[in-house]
Design a binder for this molecule. Structure first.
Ligand SMILES: Nc1ncnc2c1ncn2[C@@H]1O[C@H](COP(=O)(O)OP(=O)(O)OP(=O)(O)O)[C@@H](O)[C@H]1O
Length: 313
């Protein structure tokens, strides 16, 4: 059974679709990285799943249970925008309130353990009103995680965290997914952190889910490759395929040859030189994850906005 299933989820603001017929399904243990430019619709999508915002159309199911519009579920833990923290209570007390609401058998203990797990330590006994940005973020994560939800929705979970905090949160999420089968959706612009955490990606562009891929597919697409530019691609291909049966060769539309696999640039250059094939360019092409996603997200033009005036909810 899917841990989370959204079907044709749509939300319009003043007639303009911020999220447009998004369907996605997460299995238990999936960590799904949601990427998109500012204003693409990521937070709106998460808010609809969390039950904070009514969809204009579409449905949400969590572990097979259909949720009505704006219906929250104890199976879902969220950190979306500012966590609901009572500044007059300590960190542990805040999480205890949430644990009681979740119906946990020993709420104080669950809260204390969770505050410890997110690295708040002694600060868990201080009132939340004195917390720094990173401490608030850790508290927000503790609130999302307490009660071991089946589905976790996190909007920019790495915001404000120091490097140690980032590493700790990554470990917490990975172990929740691997050990307890929690399905996690993370919306984030911090691609290198996503790259170390997620198992799948979804790219949202102008409200639509335009691409989905596994972490392995992204890794493969972003792998370095050797590029051979030659005026005689067919002959170069014949020479290289014969000499390097282990490598993989692709002729690109501009006739350049893309080489992946166990072969060095020096070796390719030598083989072509010996065969008398003219080579005009030979270089390693490094493509990073940022280039890859910027392209999928729709380039670097102006961000998209539907807000004329504020129209919350
Ligand atoms: N309450 C609202 N009223 C009107 N328009 C809204 C409202 N909430 C979001 N929008 C619009 O919906 C679109 C999607 O916004 P959303 O916050 O979901 O984007 P996002 O992908 O999370 O962006 P970011 O990466 O900047 O957080 C934007 O054009 C935004 O202006």
């Amino acid at each position: 059974m899917d841990a989370l299933r959204c079907t044709d989820l749509t939300r319009a603001f003043r007639g303009k679709r911020a999220v447009d017929a998004v369907s996605l399904a997460l299995q238990p243990g999936d960590i799904y990285g949601l990427v998109g430019r500012n204003g693409a619709g990521k937070s709106t999508l998460l808010k609809m799943i969390a039950g904070y915002l009514a969809p204009t159309a579409g449905t949400v199911e969590v572990c097979g249970e259909a949720l009505g519009p704006c219906q929250t579920s104890s199976r879902i833990g969220c950190l979306i925008e500012h966590p609901a923290v009572n500044p007059a209570l300590t960190g542990v007390q805040n999480v205890t309130v949430r644990a009681i609401a979740q119906g946990l058998p020993d709420p104080k203990r669950a809260a204390t353990e969770m505050v410890e797990a997110v690295g708040l330590g002694e600060a868990g006994r201080d009132r939340a009103k004195g917390y720094s940005l990173g401490m608030k973020q850790r508290l927000g994560l503790a609130l999302a995680l307490v009660g071991r939800p089946d589905v976790l929705l996190l909007d920019e979970p790495f915001n404000g965290l120091d490097p140690e905090g980032v590493r700790l949160v990554r470990r917490l999420l990975t172990s929740a997914a691997e050990e307890r089968g929690t399905a996690i959706v993370i919306s984030s612009h911090v691609l290198d952190q996503l790259e170390r955490t997620v198992t799948r990606y979804g790219v949202i562009r102008a409200g639509r889910l335009v691409a989905e891929m596994t972490a392995a597919e992204v890794e493969e697409a972003c792998a370095d490759y050797l590029c051979v530019e030659t005026a005689d691609a067919p002959r170069a291909l014949t020479v290289l395929e014969q000499a390097c049966p282990e490598a993989c060769f692709t002729v690109m539309p501009d006739d350049a040859i893309r080489v992946t696999g166990a072969v060095e640039a020096e070796e390719v250059g030598r083989l072509l030189l010996e065969a008398g094939v003219p080579v005009s360019g030979l270089y390693v092409h490094a493509r990073d994850i940022e280039d890859y996603f910027v392209e999928l997200m729709g380039g670097t033009g102006a961000v998209r906005g539907t807000r004329g005036g504020e129209n919350r909810g």
